[in-house]
Design a protein around this ligand. Structure first.
Ligand code: RUB
Length: 300
């Protein structure tokens, strides 16, 4: 995998979802670190080329902190005090691979923890296409529980189609609904499971646009709203007052602008859900109240 191709995979959303883009970037760094060895004229030039690769991948999508957290741990490896290109390569490859292993294990643990909140006969709503949010659903199904899932379509990119297909392929009972039907169905729902692009130090969730409306409807109906988030999705920078940038993607994702002359189109693709609407954050370190996000951020 060429680094430029990996960056384009992420920018174009051929690869999407906070965990997947972070793993894709880490894998790309491991491959790149190996490929660059042959043309490295010195340790310094090799180090500079790797730092440039980190910057290229960081610039692909702005919102998911998983990408920044993964790449910054690799950046620290790039900056480490070593004596040779061979040593630096080994360190970068090892750090990149370790991130991917840790990430996949975290999703599995979240599945095991979250599955305990899914019971026979439940109706679960989910939004967008989150590996972490699907993990408890699959784990509960694998444990023999039978329940129904409503997946939102997720305009404008329709990531919900993937969720519906993946869960149905796993054997689950899945219904696809349009995003605007969420509140209509909420009185029949037992729990909502969503993923996270970023969790702020105060427990605010940043996730796919529309997540906050689902949380509000769940709150109105006293329906538990669970956020499945690996700890590398927590943002240490928000502790220092940094704001999370909400990605605004091309307006043509909504509709061909030529079909609506004179109409402005806006396409923010993530939104903020306040902690008061979140029942619990399900992390690989355990199920915690959103107010405890601060502790995880401090540990990071
Ligand atoms: C995906 C999205 C997902 C989170 C979590 O947005 O909002 O809920 O990224 O996903 P997009 P995961 O499709 O724009 O990347 O749990 O797989 O990391």
């Amino acid at each position: 995998m060429q680094l430029v191709d990996a960056a384009e995979d992420i920018r174009s959303m051929r690869v999407h979802g906070a965990g997947r883009i972070a793993r894709h970037a880490a894998e790309a760094m491991a491959t790149h670190a190996q490929a660059l060895v042959a043309e490295a004229s010195s340790l310094e030039s090799y180090r500079n080329a790797l730092a440039e690769a980190v910057r290229t991948l960081l610039a692909t999508r702005p919102t998911a902190v998983s990408l920044g957290n993964a790449l910054r741990s690799i950046e620290r490896a790039v900056e480490s005090d070593v004596d040779s290109v061979k040593e630096l390569k080994a360190h970068v490859v090892e750090t990149s691979n370790a991130f991917c292993t840790l990430s996949l294990a975290a999703v599995e643990t979240i599945g095991a923890i979250g599955a305990k909140r899914i019971h026979d006969g439940d109706r679960i709503q989910t939004h967008c296409n989150s590996k972490a949010a699907m993990a408890p659903l699959k784990a509960a199904f694998d444990a023999g529980r039978r329940f129904a899932v409503q997946a939102t379509e997720t305009r404008p990119k329709h990531q919900g189609y993937k969720t519906a297909a993946e869960l149905a392929g796993h054997g689950l009972d899945v219904t696809l609904i349009v995003d605007s039907a969420v509140r209509f169905f909420m009185s029949t729902i037992d729990a909502v499971f969503v993923g996270a692009d970023t969790v702020c130090a105060d427990g605010t969730l940043v996730n796919k646009i529309g997540t906050s409306q689902i949380a509000l409807a769940a709150h109105e109906h006293n329906v538990p709203f669970y956020v499945c988030a690996e700890s590398y999705k927590f943002s240490p920078r928000t502790l220092h007052g940094d704001e999370v940038t909400i990605e605004e993607r091309d307006r043509s994702e909504i509709i061909d602008p030529d079909r609506l002359p004179g109409v402005r189109l806006q396409n923010p693709v993530f939104d903020f859900t306040p902690p008061r609407y979140i029942t619990a954050l399900i992390t690989e370190r355990g199920m915690i109240p959103p107010q405890a996000a601060y502790d995880i951020v401090r540990e990071l």
